[in-house]
Design a protein around this ligand. Structure first.
Ligand SMILES: [Zn+2]
Length: 271
């Protein structure tokens, strides 16, 4: 069966790099592009008229399952921003690791092979929007990353826990913890960051009410360091901001007011 493609032939990738930046080989304007059939991913996740429910399917390679901290943050964030009812977060049984290097094509094939909630359109299943999250062992072959959102391929978020396992603290900041972020802190940050890309934040799928797009770094990132979408988080292993979130003293994991305002405006305009 041939499925409609979410974007053109060029894959669009948005990721949190290991110590680098975003990777967008296709240009940011394609992020959130309208698929041949059905809603865009932000529409499927944020609007509720035709797709009242939401299902998040989480698949993982054996030994790489999600933490409860990250799952709780994901659910709380989705409940805050989507207005969907019901929201089901389904954690599947573990899968055997895929073979070979983790190229984006191979990752996408793996995601398709484990995705149960797959409808006729790229981002929907029955009367629900779909978010697919896959935890994979090893590292991404097409540019090291902690996480990546592939806007094509059913809009899947991939996380690579091996890239942050055992991550050592790099600098010590007076008044802040010196141990660096915990693994669950990093996981939560990466998961919500990639969710932000799936939602089309920062001019990559839904319009910005207040312009805060960083135009010097990788596309689709914010100039505001209070947001999990802050551009600086892409190059931060030696940056105190990495664990200087105002509330948690860990990596930021929340959308800021600008992000939330964009989501509300998008929903109001489409109501
Ligand atoms: Zn990013």
């Amino acid at each position: 069966m041939s499925l409609p493609r979410a974007v053109g032939a060029t894959a669009v990738l948005i990721c949190v790099m290991l110590a680098g930046c975003i990777d967008s080989t296709g240009g940011s304007d394609e992020v959130g592009a309208r698929p041949d059939a059905g809603p865009t991913h932000p529409e499927a996740l944020l609007l509720d008229d035709e797709l009242p429910g939401l299902v998040v399917e989480i698949d993982f390679v054996e030994g790489y399952g999600p933490s409860q901290v990250a799952l709780d943050a994901l659910r709380a964030t989705l409940e805050e921003v989507t207005r969907k009812n019901p929201i089901d977060v389904v954690v599947d049984e573990p899968s055997p690791a895929p073979d070979g290097p983790r190229t984006d094509e191979r990752l996408a094939d793996f995601a398709r092979s484990v995705l149960d909630h797959r409808g006729e359109q790229p981002f929907t299943w029955q009367d629900r929007g779909v978010l697919h999250v896959v935890y994979v062992d090893g590292e991404r072959a097409d540019g090291a990353a902690r996480g990546v959102y592939l806007s094509s391929h059913e809009g899947t978020v991939f996380l690579f826990p091996d890239t942050w396992a055992g991550q050592a603290p790099v600098v010590s900041v007076p008044g802040l913890p010196v141990d660096g972020p915990s693994e669950t802190d990093v996981e939560r940050h990466v998961l919500i960051h990639e969710l932000g890309h799936a939602l089309g934040l920062v001019d990559c799928g839904i319009p910005m009410v207040q312009d805060r797009l960083d135009r010097e770094g990788p596309p689709c990132h914010s100039t505001n360091d209070a947001s999990v979408m802050y551009v600086g988080y892409h190059d931060v292993t030696d940056d105190p901001l990495w664990w200087a979130d105002r509330e948690t003293q860990g990596p930021a994991w929340r959308f800021d007011e600008g992000d939330l305002e964009d989501i509300r405006a998008f929903q109001a305009q489409s109501a």
